[in-house]
Structure formats: structure tokens, C-alpha cells
Design a protein around this ligand. Structure first.
Ligand SMILES: Cc1cc2nc3c(=O)[nH]c(=O)nc-3n(C[C@H](O)[C@H](O)[C@H](O)COP(=O)(O)O)c2cc1C
Length: 319
């Protein structure tokens, strides 16, 4: 058997062993430790392993981790720590194997982090049952909103505004305005997303100033651009469309970023807008596209499975 084949077998063995151990213990740290131990004892028999062998073992374990990742969820930092502990106890041969594994795990850990972003989108649901006893600190809410403000908007005009309704008495009143939706009261807070129909006039100077400062445009281009931006907001219809569109992008970010903080959300259009505006003192030059309830999921209530989603074949085409 050629060297190349032997290494492939070694990798396969490490991968399969990892999966078996993980299947038994459902514990990634334990499974990794067992795999490293078993492989070094059985295959290397105290021989200083070659770089290629270390690579094969590492890749095998990493492949095993990848395949079982869905069951594990979460990141892999804790595994790296376990392996570092192992390293200090190990023999020199084992140390090489372990450092190889650590390198491999760091690589997949990076990939895991990127995949986490997809998880936030896939796991987001409109949660009906919030835990009425858990508060989300104001600082976390502010952080979520500041991160969400990185959302894109036409000419970077950022036409969104928010009022966070958090106090008990205000939530009770808001629940009434939302036709009695219980989640309004149970959620820790409700983010009233507001589309500012005057965003062009109110924000354009600050936006252009930043563009000049950063060298996006030259000072002498500022005025013409000012005219161009404002002309896009001339008709009431365009104004409305732009302000609502950008605010909705911001709102989507809020729901995804909330997942990062372990929070749940529920967007709502079921409210009496005229009453809401009176209640919160929102002017005629503002529209409320939605309210987002935010909080922790109730620990005992179960959510129904996600309802039907149309697929690309049904809603799209590539031309
Ligand atoms: C703009 C908007 C307004 C919504 N308004 C309400 C509402 O007032 N009450 C409610 O129970 N659900 C409301 N929903 C939630 C939708 O019913 C829910 O998103 C949809 O059924 C898909 O379920 P999922 O979010 O769990 O995937 C709203 C959703 C959006 C995007």
C-alpha cells in the first residue's frame, strides 16, 4: 500500500472513530479526546508521527466534527481548550497529533462562525410566547439597534427611527392598540419602527458631510448631489416608498441581530396606527411599518412548526 493511501485510511479511521465516539457520548470534547487517544495508541504505537499523518488524523477528526456539527450546534472553542489541556499532558508524539488537530479545529471553527450567521436566519421565528418574567437590559436593546443601523438605505439616508416601549403601564396601553395581542405585554419590550418621510431633508446634510470627509465626493460635487437626492423624494408616493423600504430592511436586521443575543422577536402590523401615533406623539410626517416585540422565549411553551415557504421555483426565475 502506498504512503498516500495509508494516510487516507488514517484520516478515514479518525473521522469514523470520532463519529462513533460522538454518537455514543454526544459530547464533542470527549469524542475528540477519545479519538486522539485511540488513534495514537493503535496506529502510531509511540512512533513520532509524520506531518502528513498528523494532517490526515486532523482532517479525519475535523471531517467527523463537520458531519456531526448539526447535532452539536454551537462553536468549537471549548474543544480547542480541551485539546490544549491534552497537549500539556501528552507525550511528544501525541503533542504533534494534538497540535495538528488544534490547527484543523481552528480552521473549522472559523467556518462555523460564518455558518452561525445562517443559523440566525434559519432559526428566527415569530415567537408568540415570551417569558413575561425576563427583562432584556436597555443596553442590549441599544446594542441591537446600533448594530441594525448598519442596514443599507438609499443614499444612506437612514430614514428609520424607533421608540422602545418597555414600561409595564405603557406596554398595557400598547397591547390595547395592538388589538389585545398578548405578546405585546409578555415581551420585555416592543420596538416601534418608524419611517421618517422627511429623512431626505433632515439627514441629507449630515450624509453628504460624511461623504466629503471620507473622500467619496469632492466639495464642489456636494450641491448637485444634494439636488439629486432631494428630487428623488419629491413625490409623496416616492417618499413613502423609500422611507418604508429602508425602515423594513432595518427591522429585518433587528430580528436577526436579536437572535445573536439569544433573544426572540415578533413583527406586528396588527395595530391601530392613528391611536399609536397619538399615544406616542408620532407626527403626521412619520409612518409606522411595524412593531417588533422582543424578549426571551417562554421556557415551557412550544411553538408550532414553521409554516409553508414558497421555494425559488415558485417565486423566482433566473433570466
Ligand atoms: C410586517 C409583518 C407584520 C406582522 N404582523 C403580525 C401581527 O400583527 N400579528 C401576528 O401574530 N403576526 C404578525 N406577523 C408574523 C407573521 O405571521 C409571520 O412572520 C409569518 O407567519 C411567518 O412565520 P415565522 O415568522 O415564524 O417564520 C407579521 C409579520 C410581518 C413581517
Amino acid at each position: 500500500m502506498g504512503e498516500e493511501q495509508k494516510e487516507k485510511d488514517l484520516r478515514k479511521e479518525a473521522r469514523e472513530l470520532f463519529k462513533i465516539f460522538f454518537g455514543k457520548s454526544k459530547d464533542i470534547q470527549k469524542a475528540t479526546t477519545q479519538t486522539v487517544k485511540e488513534i495514537t495508541e493503535k496506529t502510531l504505537k509511540g512512533v513520532q508521527p509524520s506531518k502528513e499523518k498528523v494532517k490526515e488524523i486532523t482532517e479525519g477528526i475535523v471531517e467527523g466534527i463537520q458531519e456531526t456539527r448539526k447535532q452539536m450546534g454551537g462553536r468549537l472553542e471549548s474543544v480547542v481548550k480541551t485539546l490544549q489541556d491534552l497537549t500539556s499532558k501528552a507525550t511528544s508524539g501525541l503533542m504533534e497529533v494534538v497540535s495538528g488537530v488544534i490547527e484543523g479545529i481552528e480552521e473549522v471553527s472559523e467556518r462555523e462562525k460564518r455558518e452561525e450567521c445562517l443559523r440566525y436566519i434559519k432559526e428566527r421565528r415569530s415567537i408568540t410566547f415570551f417569558d413575561p418574567n425576563r427583562d432584556v437590559p436597555d443596553e442590549i436593546i441599544k446594542e441591537i439597534l446600533n448594530i441594525s443601523a448598519l442596514a443599507p438605505s438609499g443614499y444612506n439616508l437612514q430614514p428609520w427611527e424607533v421608540i422602545v416601549v418597555k414600561s409595564k403601564d405603557k406596554k398595557e396601553k400598547l397591547k390595547e392598540i395592538c388589538y389585545g395581542q398578548q405578546k405585546v405585554e409578555d415581551a420585555s419590550a416592543n420596538i416601534v419602527v418608524i419611517a421618517n418621510l422627511n429623512a431626505a431633508e433632515e439627514h441629507v446634510d449630515r450624509v453628504l458631510e460624511s461623504w466629503v470627509e471620507l473622500g467619496y465626493i469632492k466639495e464642489e460635487e456636494r450641491e448637485a448631489l444634494w439636488e439629486q437626492i432631494l428630487s428623488g423624494w419629491k413625490s409623496p408616493e416616492k417618499r413613502k416608498r423609500k422611507a418604508i423600504r429602508d425602515s423594513a430592511l432595518f427591522a429585518m436586521c433587528v430580528m436577526i441581530v436579536a437572535r445573536y443575543f439569544g433573544l426572540e422577536t415578533h413583527p406586528m402590523e396588527g395595530f391601530d396606527e392613528a391611536k399609536l401615533k397619538r399615544f406616542l406623539g408620532i407626527g403626521k410626517d412619520r409612518i409606522v411599518p411595524m412593531i417588533i416585540a422582543i424578549g426571551y422565549r417562554h421556557p415551557e411553551k412550544e411553538l408550532l412548526p414553521r409554516a409553508y415557504r414558497f421555494t425559488f421555483e415558485e417565486f423566482g426565475k433566473i433570466v
